[in-house]
Design a protein around this ligand. Structure first.
Ligand code: DOR
Ligand code: ZN
Ligand code: ZN
Length: 427
């Protein structure tokens, strides 16, 4: 047994002073003041906040597709140093694309032996694998409406048949950008953010939402970048959406500084849209990073995407220090909401009976984000050198100390590859 003494426990709607007792089964046994348990290990947490560990529902750990960029061991290490104890990994594009049951099973084995944090794998939709996807038993499906130079792309017709075939209550998660408009604009513009303008995103999201409404099916829209799309999602009961912190903390004004590193899909938007996105954060928001590691050499060749799993919670905590968010909101949008949306009911909050996935945070300590202390194999971050307040002191995963920070941004990942378990949503 472990007793975390003296912390302030943050839930999605309150902060209470309480000790947390963790049972030998890795679950929270009980909470309250003055807790003592026989034969227990005591963790001193006076002055610290205890948050439910974050869940990043959108990462690309590249295993086994391209392990020069990331793999389950390094990706999950980066997750843990950033207070993320569970991830949802995207299907691979190639080598092999996760569009068949056998590739999915192969990837499950790799994740089980290499991941340090808990995980779930999303199945990939191709033009013709509707039946295989629907019968795979996978908990979620990913549809790309854009050309990914791989099997993992769907025409609108193919997407509609996936929406019809995949079990209605399971989320179909969509990268919504409209390929035909991208192609048209490529004839006239060179700048990435001009080619993939807001309407590229909006038209595709409109298409997806229309189908979700007609078929009354569960849909999740990935990385929304505009207030209008979020407003549209809010009209439908079966729809959830996520915001990538990159679109909250960066805009096209950062492109000067970032240069070729600043390319991402959907692209960074103007400052006005960035401000509107902040205003959209609400009861239903999910933060997910689209952690998309590429080596600098690949970025130089034009690969889109940012690493993000290790910087999501630090950036959100810093936003609390800047009074842009409350700690309760952070617990809601980084933990509680993703757990509920994807039906992982054992996670996402600190309460009796839940998995003891807990992050102890010191909101006073300042530190600097660097690629080195974020631990991703890709070796860079768009937030290099940013000073943030709120240090991740300890991360527990199912009651086991999985990461211990040094209070200066560095620390030690204690969970070994293979410690992570597959999460099974309740359907
Ligand atoms: O910028 C991006 N990179 N957006 C995506 O949707 C995919 C990702 C990747 O896999 O690199
Ligand atoms: Zn995407
Ligand atoms: Zn993605």
């Amino acid at each position: 047994m472990i007793v975390i003494k003296g912390s302030r426990v943050v839930t999605h709607d309150s902060i209470i002073a309480a000790d947390i007792v963790i049972g030998d089964d890795g679950k929270i046994a009980t909470m309250g003041r003055g807790m003592r348990a026989a034969r227990s290990e005591r963790v001193e947490a006076e002055g610290l906040f205890a948050l439910p560990a974050a869940i990043d529902s959108h990462v690309h750990f590249r295993d086994p597709e391209d392990v020069s960029k990331e793999d389950f061991s390094t990706g999950s290490a980066s997750a843990l140093c950033g207070g993320v104890a569970a991830i949802m990994d995207m299907p691979n594009y190639r080598n092999p694309p996760t569009t068949t049951v056998s590739a999915y099973r192969q990837k499950l084995q790799i994740a089980s032996s290499k991941s340090r944090c808990d995980f779930l794998l999303r199945f990939g939709a191709s033009e013709h694998n509707q039946q295989e996807a629907a019968e795979s038993g996978a908990p979620q499906l990913k549809v790309f409406l854009t050309d990914t130079k791989s099997e993992l792309s769907c025409s609108k017709q193919a997407a509609i048949s996936h929406f019809r075939a995949f079990p209605r209550e399971k989320p179909v998660c969509v990268h919504a950008e409209e390929q035909s408009r991208i192609e048209e604009r490529q004839k006239h513009y060179r700048a990435h953010e001009k080619i993939r303008d807001k309407l590229v995103a909006r038209y595709a999201s409109e298409f997806v939402l229309e189908q979700a409404r007609k078929l009354n099916r569960r849909v999740h829209l990935c990385h929304l970048t505009t207030a209008l799309e979020i407003e549209m999602c809010r009209q439908l009961p079966n729809v959830t959406y996520e915001i990538n912190p990159a679109h909250l903390f960066l805009s096209i004004s950062d492109l000067k500084r970032l240069g070729f590193l600043g390319k991402v899909n959907p692209p960074l938007r103007d400052r006005r849209e960035q401000a509107l996105l902040w205003r959209c954060i609400g009861e239903d928001t999910i933060i997910a990073t689209d952690h998309a590691p590429h080596l600098i050499s690949h970025k130089l060749e034009g690969a889109p995407g940012f690493p993000g799993v290790g910087t999501m919670l630090p950036l959100m905590l810093n936003a609390v220090r800047q009074r842009r968010l409350t700690l309760e909101q952070v617990a809601r949008i980084c933990s509680y909401n993703p757990a509920r949306a994807f039906r992982i009911f054992s996670k996402g909050e600190i309460s009796a009976g839940a998995d003891a996935d807990i992050v102890l945070v010191d909101m006073k300590k300042r530190w600097k984000i660097t690629a080195e202390n974020r631990l991703s194999k890709c070796g860079w971050t768009p937030f290099e050198g940013w000073e943030v307040r709120g240090s991740i002191e300890k991360v527990f995963l199912r009651g086991t100390l999985a990461y211990e920070g040094d209070g200066k941004g560095g620390g030690e990942v204690l969970a070994k590859p293979g410690f992570g378990r597959e999460m099974k949503p309740r359907q």
